[in-house]
Each structure stands twice: as C-alpha cells, then as structure tokens.
Design a protein around this ligand. Structure first.
Ligand SMILES: Nc1ncnc2c1ncn2[C@@H]1O[C@H](COP(=O)(O)OP(=O)(O)OP(=O)(O)O)[C@@H](O)[C@H]1O
Ligand SMILES: [Mg+2]
Length: 377
C-alpha cells in the first residue's frame, strides 16, 4: 500500500478528530494500479503551525480550513503556492463565497469542500484529489524520462555520426583538390572507405529507429508461421564475409526446419546481432557455434564463441542501451552498443529471455529462450 501524508489544518479539535476518524482506515484504489493508497494524518490548529510542518515534512494533501485564528487559510494557500511544495490543497470552509472560491482556485487549490460535510462527501473529495495527485506525479515522471531518453538519443547520435562525417569530408576534400592524382582509380580506396562509413551510419540510424519503435510500441510486426532455421541461415550468410576476414568457422547444430509463429525480420535481427558479436569479439581462427533446438516449452537459440569473453561485473550491464565494454581488447572494434539492447527488447516481445555465460579469454555463450505452444503435428 502507498501511503499519502495528509495535513489537517483546522482550529476546531472536533473537526480535526472527525476527519482523522473518517480517513484513518480509508483506502483509495484504481483499477489501473496494483496498490491502494492509505492515509497518514497530521494535524495543525493554525496556519502558522501548518507552514512549519510543511517546511519540515513532505505532505501530499492539505485539508485547509479558511477561517483560522491567525493567518487565514487563503493566505496559507498563497504561501504553499509560492514555496512550490509538491502538495495538493483542498479548502474546507463554512463560509464559502464565490469570491473566496475564485481566489483559492487562482492560488492553486485543487477543490473546495463546504462545511459541514458527510463522511461520504469527504471520502469522495479525497478520492478525487488522490487520483489528481497520482496522475500529476506520473505525468511529470514520464515527461522527465522522455526528456532524458531524447537527450541520450541525440547525444549518442551526434557523437557517433561526427567521426564518419569528418572522415568522408576529409576524403572529399582530398578528391576536390586532386591531391592523390588525376585518375579516379587513385581515389578508389577513399571511395570504398566512404561507402563503408555511410553504411555504418545508416545502420546506426536504423538501429536507433528500431529501438524507438519497439519502445513506444509502434514497430510494425508481421507475425506468421516462419522457418526459424531459414531466418538463421540468412543471418549466417550475411555474416560470413565478416567471419572470413578473421578466419572464423561458423558451426551449426540445428534441425532442417523449425516452424514457429514469429516475425522473420525480428528473428533475423536477433541472430544477426548475436552472430555478429560472436565474430567481432572473437579471436582470429576462432569458432562460432549456433545451436537451435526445442524442448517442451521453449525454442532455444544458443550462440557460442571462443572470443575475448566478458567478466561478471560487465555482464550485468550488457543489455543496456549504448553499453560498450571499453578495454584494450575492444578498443579497435567498432559498434554503437545498441545491438544487445534491441535483441533483448525483441525477445521480450515474445515473452522470452536472454542470458549470458562467459569467461574472459575463453568465450561467451548467449542463450535465448522463447516460450512456444507445441505446434500441432
Ligand atoms: N560475444 C561477445 N563476446 C564478448 N563481448 C561481447 C560479446 N557480445 C557483446 N559483447 C560486449 O557487449 C557490448 C555490447 O554489445 P552490443 O551488441 O549491444 O553492441 P556493439 O556490438 O558494441 O554495437 P552494435 O551491435 O550496435 O554494432 C559490446 O560492445 C561488447 O563489449
Ligand atoms: Mg553488437
């Protein structure tokens, strides 16, 4: 249960204890929330005492009488407003005039409860103020997270794009000034390097778009019966050129075909990333083994390599966005650190899991488990 702190500001002890009694065991719940809200009560007999309490404690809801012995409720409200407390105020008063209501609203009161009120009226008002407070805080939190993600997105994107753009600009300037000769052949390696850099930039942008689409649920998915083995073979063949460069053998252990309801692109993204990592972070002449099999409940995809490995501490953060392990062994390997976070998000779309087992300088094994209902024979 979440606990909301309520401050009752009223000079009449009877009212304070009445409100306490009504709210003490009251709970507010919403269908969209797992937890109910309960209330802890604090009392103040004057506005001055109320402000002192507010200064020292975090109070969620203030029930504020207007007619108080010293400063009036409406002036307490003004102070609360000025000091920017994260609190919702409900005015309670027996002399409710339109003018007072208008001023109170202007000063940020959430609502008004005229005295005398029945327990039901008070509970109704508390229910509504609780919902208001919850939604207000939730919205604030969500916009903060969205801002942070946008910021991180833009800073990584600009950082990662800067160096290929500089490289291509450099090559173009050399060509513009014909520094390496007059024939186009003199520049072929620069043209090839530029194309490589552009390919890298495109794949980074695509990765980031994929990630954003998965995150906000707008990724279009094409779920149908697909042959997982065929998808895996596609991924392997697109990774082969990379493996050849390091003389890495890709071994496979899987049945001839394995039909499952899935999006073939997503299966390829999973395999592409795991296999490309297994090659990239492998040693020369190493091996990569891709095994696929089903057990009673899961489709298992296991990609194992004989590479640099990942130590236990680093394994913890592996699936975070932009996570790249920086050390001597990885310093010449390029990547955005997005691959595994995309893989994990996709696997979660299938209610599956991905785990890693690894030993530095021995090798790494990624294990994907995707639950499936036994396909009818
Ligand atoms: N098989 C592996 N062996 C050793 N380290 C790995 C392996 N796979 C991933 N890592 C480590 O985890 C980090 C994150 O991997 P991830 O695939 O998310 O990003 P990346 O390969 O750096 O970039 P990208 O896949 O976006 O091109 C890598 O930078 C690498 O340090
Ligand atoms: Mg990767």
């Amino acid at each position: 249960m979440s606990d909301l702190k309520v401050l009752i500001v009223d000079d009449e002890p009877g009212i304070r204890s009445g409100i306490s009694r009504i709210l003490r065991n009251y709970r507010v719940g919403y269908p969209f929330l797992e937890e109910d809200f309960g209330f802890t009560l604090t009392e103040a007999e004057t506005g001055e005492i109320a402000l002192e309490i507010l200064e020292k404690q975090e109070i969620d809801i203030v029930l504020l009488d207007n007619k108080l012995p010293g400063m009036e409720g409406i002036d307490v409200l003004e102070q609360i407003n000025k000091r920017n407390y994260d609190t919702a105020v409900m005015m309670i008063t027996s002399y409710a005039s339109l003018e007072l209501a208008v001023t109170a609203t202007k000063r940020g009161a959430y609502n008004f409860v005229p005295k005398p009120f029945t327990p039901e009226e008070l509970r109704g008002a508390i229910e509504s103020i609780t919902k208001h407070l919850f939604l207000k805080r939730m919205t604030k939190k969500m916009s903060e997270t969205a801002r942070q993600i946008r910021f991180q997105f833009l800073s990584v994107l600009s950082h990662e794009l800067k160096s290929p753009i500089n490289a291509i600009e450099g090559y173009l300037k050399i060509m513009q000034e014909k520094q390496a000769g007059t024939s186009i052949d003199d520049y072929m390696h620069m043209i090839n390097r530029s194309i490589e850099r552009i390919t890298g930039m495109r794949s980074l942008i695509m990765d980031m778009l994929d990630l954003t689409r998965i995150e906000n649920g707008t990724k279009s998915r094409n779920l149908k019966e697909v042959d997982i083995i065929e998808c895996t073979k596609m991924a392997i063949s697109s990774m082969e050129p990379m493996a050849i460069q390091k003389n890495i053998k890709i071994l496979t252990a899987f049945p001839e075909s394995l039909i499952l309801t899935a999006d073939s692109n997503e299966v390829e993204i999973i395999c592409n990333n795991l296999i490309s990592n297994a090659i990239k972070y492998n040693r020369d002449n190493g091996t990569v083994t891709v095994s696929i099999f089903t057990d009673k409940t899961n489709l298992n995809i296991i990609v194992e390599d004989t590479g640099i490995g990942i130590n236990a501490e680093e394994q913890e953060f592996l699936f975070q966005e932009f996570m790249r392990i920086k050390n001597k062994k990885t310093q010449n390997i390029s990547g955005s650190g997005l691959g595994l976070s995309i893989v994990k998000k996709i696997i979660e779309l299938y209610n599956g899991t991905i785990t890693v087992e690894s030993q530095p300088d021995v090798g790494t094994k990624f294990i994907v488990k995707i639950p499936f209902k036994a396909q009818p024979a």
